[in-house]
Design a protein around this ligand. Sequence first.
Ligand SMILES: Nc1ncnc2c1ncn2[C@@H]1O[C@H](COP(=O)(O)OP(=O)(O)OP(=O)(O)O)[C@@H](O)[C@H]1O
Ligand SMILES: [Mg+2]
Length: 358
Amino acid sequence: MSLEKLDIYRVRNIVQASLLPSSGINFIFGKNGSGKSALLDALFILGRAKSFRSNSIKQVIQLNQPDLIVSAKLKHHNSTTTSLGIQLGLKSKTIHLNHQEIYSSSELAHVFPVQLITPKSYQLLDGGPQFRREFMDWGVFNMNHDFLTVWRSFKKALLHRNALLKKHDLKQINVWNQELAQYGTILTEYRQQYLILLEPFIRKIADIFIKINNPEIKFVTGWEKGYSYLDCLQQDLEKDLKFGYTHSGPHRGDFVFYSDGRIAKDFVSRGQLKALILTLKLAQVQLFKSDLSQDMCLLIDDFSSEFDSISRNKLLTFLSQLDNQVFITTNEFNEFGNIEMDGQYKVFHVEQGKVKLM
Ligand SMILES: Nc1ncnc2c1ncn2[C@@H]1O[C@H](COP(=O)(O)OP(=O)(O)OP(=O)(O)O)[C@@H](O)[C@H]1O
Ligand SMILES: [Mg+2]
């Protein structure tokens, strides 16, 4: 799958832009403030129905405008096409798939999965566990269409149990313990299975970008080792009642990345940390491709600020062999290095919100 045509209206400083992207790598360059991240944000919005840069859509919609629109035509490997589009207003969201309105952003995310790498991605290993849960859950969401139902059921049970704890109402606590344990255990198994599938890809890619020894991921369930989740919920009851919330569970899940038996984030250099994060994100794209023969559109913002020239060359070689659509931005064209590669590519220049094919 790749975007064959892309139209953007009123996203930050982009009044209107139409692109016919390459199904391979799309190099986008332009000065600070020209609109490169705005372009990537438009692509992110098309896949996830939200901006990667602002929580408030008001910041993303062009000043003094009521809404933004991003629409596209996707071409699949079997040559069929899908049209999709999203319109976001201050309080409205309309999504179209093949000219029919759909009501679920998750459907959009399945049709057009996007993977994002930005300078902020270091949070994945350096930030709180919510970034790693998000990473695992995004992976599971793409691999397993049952994920969302399980995740929602888990969230609902957690809310109910926490409400009962706050009210010290124990009449129904066992019912919600059972419910929470059931969905929490499935969710945890999904995450664990996902990391097992991902690990060989991580090892292979880590070998290209960062020569660390014995990269290893250790999964953290979010409850005490050696016990079932249900047992933990029952054991924790007194403590949970005292604090008014559920201490154990997948909402506390995490993973730790080790290199040679040491916690990587505390051991590797800053540059190596970035390369590790790149590895994790690319592994996710490759697993998706190899297991489901599906593509994830890859967005890489601020390419040159992220990597030194050796890593940049390695990354370009990797991307050109990936057979996957990529959008990659930098300030100066020469920062891309040598882009005379075998694979397909196009170069775009962005200036004051206008996108031009070079
Ligand atoms: N809602 C908005 N309406 C109009 N313009 C906006 C809005 N939000 C941001 N801008 C402007 O859009 C411009 C493009 O920003 P963007 O972050 O895309 O630049 P960039 O090319 O990625 O720059 P850099 O190289 O510094 O990352 C900025 O000058 C910014 O001030
Ligand atoms: Mg930018």
